[in-house]
Design a protein around this ligand. Structure first.
Ligand SMILES: Nc1ncnc2c1ncn2[C@@H]1O[C@H](COP(=O)(O)OP(=O)(O)OP(=O)(O)O)[C@@H](O)[C@H]1O
Length: 305
């Protein structure tokens, strides 16, 4: 961060709770998203990602807690807030008989100024089919229309609920390019996702939600610096043999072990030479191997020895 630059919190939420009657939605969620960052929100199915986003945008009333987005209170000033935020919902619903081109033109009429060249470029990049009716579009193709609409007012903040769901890999890549450009312009992106690989490649920071509560918030550049190697071995060796080289056991079954390793590669090679191995697989640690623990239930998963 350059010295002297003060980053404003674009999203600031304190102790936000939303219950559906007696059922849990989100519990005591506190988050701060800084201006100009791409912030990922990840967690298992039903953990509360959509509930959080919908409460933030006042589509749901909070049970308790408070928050502001772009300086606007999420309850009292939600109408102002919604004007300034580009939002892509997880489920896109439009009037089925409307043609895409008409919907986009109609959406433009809500803004005093629209960067037509930019919107045309997004339409082309995402291969949006302008001539079809909404009702004729697939789930992914509807999502693309929602993305175009979210970008229409050149928002300072984009909130996207599982934006890549239903998009093919090429369009996902194009969307990431668009989001990176938004960041380059100084805008802020908040997105929920199930895809840890995409989160790793795109986001600056990530919050992990589990059973409605934030369990961790991570700066990915710091985390990546700590990443070592993930080593998988099987053959004629015991757990004690593995513990000579690493204390970070991720999985162990009979003669088959997966562990992380951060030391010198040559020492790892020397260690491996002492055993008769059937398999030796070494790969760089990534977000998926690190974060899988958050997706596992009680008693499942890795053991740190
Ligand atoms: N309208 C509703 N009425 C009652 N409970 C609800 C409602 N919507 C969500 N929930 C509950 O709130 C919790 C959080 O759901 P939410 O949809 O926010 O999770 P999510 O993380 O977005 O899930 P997914 O990854 O599957 O989209 C779940 O236990 C869910 O059953």
């Amino acid at each position: 961060m350059p010295i002297g630059v003060i980053y404003m919190a674009v999203i600031e939420v304190k102790n936000l709770t939303k219950r559906y009657g007696k059922s849990r939605g989100i519990e005591d969620v506190s988050i701060e998203v800084k201006e100009g960052e791409i912030f990922g929100f990840i967690g298992p199915n039903g953990s509360g990602k959509s509930t959080f986003i919908r409460t933030l945008l006042n589509f749901l009333y909070p049970t308790s807690g408070s928050g502001n987005v772009l300086g606007f209170d999420i309850e009292r000033e939600s109408h102002k807030l919604k004007e300034k935020v580009g939002y892509v919902p997880s489920e896109v619903k439009y009037y089925e008989e409307t043609k895409v081109v008409d919907l986009i033109e109609y959406a433009k009429s809500f803004y005093s100024e629209v960067d037509e060249c930019y919107i045309d470029m997004i339409v082309q990049d995402l291969k949006v089919d302008l001539d079809k009716k909404i009702g004729e579009l697939s789930y992914g193709n509807k999502k693309k229309v929602a993305i175009v609409q979210a970008l229409m007012g050149s928002p300072k903040l984009l909130i996207l609920d599982e934006p890549t769901n239903g998009l093919d890999p090429l369009i996902q890549k194009k969307l990431f390019e668009v989001l990176r450009k938004e960041k380059e312009k100084g805008n802020t992106v908040f997105l929920s996702s199930h895809n840890l690989t995409e989160v790793e490649s795109l986001c600056d920071r990530v919050a992990i939600i589990k059973q409605g509560r934030i369990v961790d918030t991570v700066d990915l550049s710091v985390l990546k610096e700590q990443f070592g190697l993930v080593v998988e071995v099987s053959g004629d060796l015991t757990k004690e043999d593995v513990l000579k080289i690493s204390k970070e056991m991720m999985l162990e079954s009979e003669s088959h072990y997966i562990f992380t390793y951060s030391g010198d590669v040559n020492s790892l090679v020397d260690w491996a030479k002492d055993y008769s191995l059937k398999k030796l697989l070494v790969e760089e640690q990534n977000l998926e191997s690190e974060f899988m623990k958050y997706y596992l239930g009680e008693g499942e998963g890795y053991e740190r020895v």
